[in-house]
Design a binder for this molecule. Structure first.
Ligand code: PMV
Length: 367
């Protein structure tokens, strides 16, 4: 079994003075949710997600080796980097990146030897309530791996992507599911070969055509800042009265999804996905302190989806992440009808009528 130690490099065969890379990495939407973690970003339960296609972060990483006199003084934690968001310096993002670099330095010992310029932008609107930490950390991890590959060109593709996911996880847990597509599992699961707590893997078994080009229309219900950070939320699963049962349920739900992905049974798919979304929010409502991230319009949308599904028998469902926005999931062959339903009946519940059309995608790309 692969352990964290396997990602500590022994020595580099090449040297690189300066250069730049640019990677884009997509967001992802979990079907079985990750909520609760152990030390070092190890998930309390396995999760599975659809990688998205249109909501992504594009990050350019420029690097230049520090001169020797500075390099001799480099001690751990003395990272040197500039951070630009949409072309403008963004000081308030820096502490998060600093912490990330500290966490991963042992796996990328070259970090302190370079000055970096990290230039990042999202394809989705800023403060849309869509978390950019998954796509952002994944895009940065990809770039850092490109630099490591330049220092060690013999690196295999498998190692490259596995380590990129491993590093992204240390930035933001769910980011490890944004490296690859189109269905990604993160966390040990007894019946999924190769699954690991350390990184995300492409779902290794058969996936029915019903899930090909699966659609995700994201309804922006509330674009406000999150009331509760996901870090705090995960922490509230310690001593949570339902934690152990919830973690076991995630294993069971993922187990069921293995056969659902294979046989394409959308009715069963919907049951698991909607139950997972509501369970995630139920965990928040039953923690101490307790909180509610859904808004009245979140519930209006859920009820409208249920009514539409009952009336039309069209297999459309919802999921939620840690916020009020609703992800509407449906197969490609009903896209025209569902989109019309969204425009007629759901857009009125969105803040400023905003929504984003996305679909299942293939993971990070070198631009
Ligand atoms: O990656 P984090 O620490 O921001 O946690 C994300 C948790 C959820 O989005 C609520 C669920 C998930 O599995 O993505």
């Amino acid at each position: 079994m692969i352990s964290a130690k396997d990602f500590i490099p022994s020595k580099y065969t090449h040297s690189v003075e300066e250069g730049n890379f640019q990677w884009s990495a997509p967001s992802n939407i979990a079907l079985v949710k990750y909520w609760g973690k152990k030390d070092n970003q190890i998930p309390a339960n396995p999760s599975v997600s659809f990688t998205l296609n249109n909501c992504k972060t594009i990050t350019k990483l420029a690097f230049a080796k520090k001169d020797i006199s500075t390099a001799l003084n480099v001690t751990s934690n003395s990272f040197s980097f500039d951070l630009l968001f949409e072309g403008q310096p963004k000081e308030d993002f820096k502490p998060k990146i600093q912490k990330f670099l500290e966490r991963i330095e042992i796996y990328l010992p070259f970090l302190a030897a370079y000055h970096f310029t990290i230039d990042t932008q999202n394809t989705f609107p800023h403060s849309s309530g869509i978390a950019s930490s998954a796509s952002g950390m994944a895009a940065l991890a990809m770039n850092l791996m490109s630099l490591e590959k330049a220092l060690n060109p013999e690196m295999t593709d498998d190692y490259f992507f596995q380590k990129a996911s491993f590093l992204a996880r240390l930035g933001s847990g769910s980011a490890c599911r944004s490296v690859k597509g189109s269905v990604v599992v993160w966390g040990n699961h007894a019946n999924i070969e190769g699954s690991s707590d350390l990184f995300g893997i492409e779902f290794p078994n058969a996936i029915h055509d019903n899930f090909k080009n699966f659609q995700d229309t994201i309804l922006l219900v509330d674009k406000g800042e999150k009331q509760v950070s996901s870090t705090l939320g995960h922490d509230l699963m310690y001593n949570h009265p339902f934690a152990e049962r919830r973690f076991a349920q995630a294993h069971e739900n993922l187990d069921q999804l293995i056969s659902i992905f294979e046989n394409g049974n959308l009715e069963e798919f919907i049951k698991i996905v909607e139950s997972e979304a509501l369970t995630l929010h139920a965990m928040m409502m039953t923690s101490m302190p307790y909180f509610i991230l859904m808004k009245p319009n979140t519930l209006q949308i859920i009820n409208a989806i249920w009514k539409f599904r009952t009336e039309t028998k069209i297999p459309v469902c919802f999921t939620l992440d840690a916020g009020a926005n609703v992800h509407v999931l449906y197969p490609e062959n009903v896209a025209v009808t569902v989109l019309q339903f969204i425009k007629n009946e759901l857009v009125g519940y969105c803040q400023n009528g905003q929504y984003i059309c996305d679909e299942i995608g293939n993971g990070a790309l070198l631009n």
